[in-house]
Design a binder for this molecule. Structure first.
Ligand code: PMV
Length: 317
């Protein structure tokens, strides 16, 4: 039996623009998904996933229930078998340290863990880019869209400067970043928001492309400030990025409430993280304001998620 785990992610800068060939900055977060895999003597794929109350169920029966997570896992296995011309029955068991509702990237972490686990089980040599490519293909097969930033965080860990489809994946150095994560309690609908921005861009290409160009500038400045661990400047850039996300129309009242509360409590900067509309916001602070910012987020109705950032990428357990 093999067991592999991969971390979740948080978008720090550059969401939405990254889909249109601009870079973004993504961080891996401590909460991990792990997957145990064992060969079977028959051809069945049997899944146990306690977080969805699934115990020893045949995956092809589960597919009919339209559980997204099951599609991701099944497609990852199919893609791996197809690429390496393999076939086998498997027992698969997932374990999750976080809910799939908060937007920390549980699907990409599950896919990456499955691919890593299978490569170990079948003794296929895959480097990080091979795992990225097959996992990203899997996400596109199931979801039809996405830049793959979440897959990169799950594979490589750390903090990454990333370009869509993995055209650039570069590690940014800091071993820690004083970030507070506030969850709005609302599930973001990423595909709908991505499509909404696409429609806007069709109607007003110049305006939206200008916003993306501004975001691109912020990302390259933020890359330097993060490297220098200049959190005050990083925070100011977060505020600028948030302003542009507002212009794109992807922020929400709940996100704005938490952002305002963080800034009022002394954060250097705050912004939504991910597609917008819900999920999480992030704030960057100095050590002295950290507790104040957390309390302000709670008071404003948010849930503070404590997680180490950044962490190691996919690994065998
Ligand atoms: O909603 P999330 O956390 O999956 O983030 C989406 C970020 C986008 O840039 C809007 C989409 C993408 O795949 O890069």
């Amino acid at each position: 039996m093999v067991k592999a785990s991969a971390p979740g992610k948080l978008m720090l800068f550059g969401e939405h623009a990254v889909i249109y060939d601009r870079p973004c900055i993504v961080a891996s977060v401590e909460h991990r998904i792990s997957v145990s895999i064992e060969k079977r003597n028959d051809n069945n794929l049997i899944l146990t996933a306690p977080e969805f109350n699934i115990e020893n169920k045949n995956i092809s029966d589960l597919e009919k229930t339209h559980l997204k997570k099951v599609s991701f896992i099944l497609t990852a296995i199919r893609n791996f078998f197809q690429k390496y011309d393999l076939k086998s029955g498997l027992d698969i068991e997932t374990q999750s340290e976080f809910s799939d509702k908060i937007g920390l990237g549980s699907s990409s972490a599950a896919v990456v863990s499955v691919i890593k686990g299978l490569s170990e089980l079948f003794k296929i040599k895959m480097n990080e880019k091979d795992i990225f490519d097959l996992s990203y293909q899997t996400i596109l097969d199931v979801q039809g869209l996405g830049s793959g930033f979440d897959v990169a965080a799950a594979v490589y860990g750390g903090i990454l400067f990333f370009k869509t489809a993995g055209k650039a994946i570069k590690t940014i150095n800091p071993q820690n970043i004083p970030l507070v994560i506030g969850y709005t309690g609302i599930k973001a609908d990423t595909p709908t928001l991505v499509k909404m921005v696409r429609e806007k861009r069709k109607k007003e290409p110049n305006e939206i492309n200008n916003i993306f160009n501004e975001i691109e500038k912020i990302v390259s400045l933020a890359r330097v400030e993060i490297e220098n661990q200049n959190w005050k400047k990083t925070g100011e850039l977060m505020n600028l990025n948030q302003n542009l996300l507002r212009k794109l129309g992807v922020s929400s009242k709940e996100l704005e409430d938490l952002i305002k509360a963080s800034l009022g409590a002394g954060a250097y900067g705050a912004k939504l993280s991910g597609a917008g509309g819900g999920d999480c916001m992030i704030a960057i602070t100095n050590k002295n304001s950290l507790e104040n910012v957390k309390n302000a987020i709670k008071k404003a109705g948010g849930i503070v998620i404590n997680a180490k950032i950044p962490v190691k990428g996919v690994k065998l357990e």
